[in-house]
Design a protein around this ligand. Structure first.
Ligand code: WQD
Length: 337
């Protein structure tokens, strides 16, 4: 049986394709190459010796999506990553985000609702919680008004999926990621930030590589032990494995409800300064950084309550922050060599 991975040439998508192949699944990737390249196919294949099927399709093209399901009639499950995901860009170009992230999802679901059964894993985000009151954050934490169009597309996406499962044979699992970082230990795949990285870890590794003058730490006057923001950084390989476990749960019909939600994090909160410290330890070099002003829209603290994923999915992270930073650094050195 084939598994469709949309956005399968992206950061989390490519790592998930590797883990699916490791578990014996045949994978077909849809990607429009807007934020990735076909070189990632070679990276995946160099790890697993299995070349995934690949269709260069833009999911905003309704007919192309329909034709895909005419061609592939044996799709047993779908893991949907394809979406625009830069928070700042979404504020400047909201319609790009609503058209891409919502439009693509609707066209995909329109095809799935016609199948006798469909198993759908959705890439969601802890941003749906905004600044949660209670730490660690569990799945019952209230959904707060989105702080960006990007975050809103995740909230709306969850609602669309929930509504469709009520009137179709689609069963879904929504995975709310915390902060994915790191790269596959082979350094054959990793995060390919185009342009100036918005996220912390690629900015750190690019600074260490000399591509950036220094890292700006966005504020050290937060109400946290060292004054910098706290996040739950999860190794992308651990995150990828969670997708395979979630898919298998649906394929084995172990899901209790038609829509299930899981927070995916390490359960540990790390501050920006602690991430820098972890990097300096694994790279054995000092990082150039300065304290700068707070970044608009940042929450002070967010880390996951992982009880539900641990107990119901039977999944928990295995890799540490230091292992993630080490793999991120190895990847940065590889792509710049
Ligand atoms: C982490 C911390 C920054 C860069 C975002 C998205 C979220 C998800 C993950 C998609 C914050 C600080 C950062 C820098 C810094 N993406 N920082 N200097 O904002 O927690 O989450 O990525 O789903 O939706 O919102 O991640 O890596 O941008 O920031 O000090 O140059 O690092 O202030 O405290 P964030 P991030």
């Amino acid at each position: 049986m084939k598994i469709l991975v949309t956005g399968g040439l992206g950061f989390i998508g490519s790592h998930t394709v590797v883990e699916l192949q490791n578990k014996g699944f045949e994978v077909v990737i849809i990607d429009n190459l807007s934020n990735s390249s076909t070189a990632v196919l070679e990276g995946i294949t160099s790890i697993t010796n299995q070349l995934p099927l690949f269709e260069n399709i833009d999911l905003r093209d309704k007919d192309a999506v329909h034709n895909f399901f005419e061609k592939y009639t044996d799709i047993a499950g779908v893991i949907h990553f394809a979406a625009s995901k830069a928070v700042g860009e979404s504020v400047e170009k909201p319609l790009l985000y609503y058209e891409n992230n919502i439009g693509s999802l609707v066209y995909l679901l329109q095809e799935l609702q016609n199948l006798p059964e469909a198993h759908f894993i959705f890439s969601s985000s802890c941003t749906v919680y905004g600044q949660a009151e209670k730490m660690p954050i569990d799945e019952n934490s209230p959904i707060q008004a989105a702080m960006s169009p990007y975050g809103n597309t995740k909230q709306i996406g969850e609602e669309i999926i929930t509504d469709v499962t009520k009137v179709s044979n689609i069963k879904a699992i929504l995975l709310r990621y915390f902060n994915p970082i790191g790269a596959h230990s082979s350094a054959a795949i990793g995060e390919l930030p185009l342009g100036v990285p918005q996220n912390l870890v690629p900015f750190i590794t690019q600074t260490a590589m000399g591509l950036r003058k220094e890292l700006s730490v966005y504020g050290n006057d937060y109400p946290t032990p060292d004054g910098t923001c706290i996040r739950d950084y999860i190794h992308v390989v651990d995150l990828a494995k969670a997708h395979v476990v979630a898919l298998q749960r649906l394929l084995d019909k172990k899901n209790i409800e038609k829509v299930e939600i899981f927070n995916l994090g390490s359960g540990v909160g790390s501050s920006v300064l602690e991430v820098i410290e972890a990097f300096e330890k694994v790279s054995n070099q000092k990082l150039a950084y300065k304290i700068a002003n707070r970044r608009e829209g940042d929450v002070t603290m967010a880390y996951a309550n992982t009880d539900k994923a641990n107990s119901i999915l039977g999944w928990k992270t295995q890799l540490s922050l230091e292992e993630a930073m080490e793999s991120a650094w190895k990847w940065e050195q590889k792509i710049r060599s």
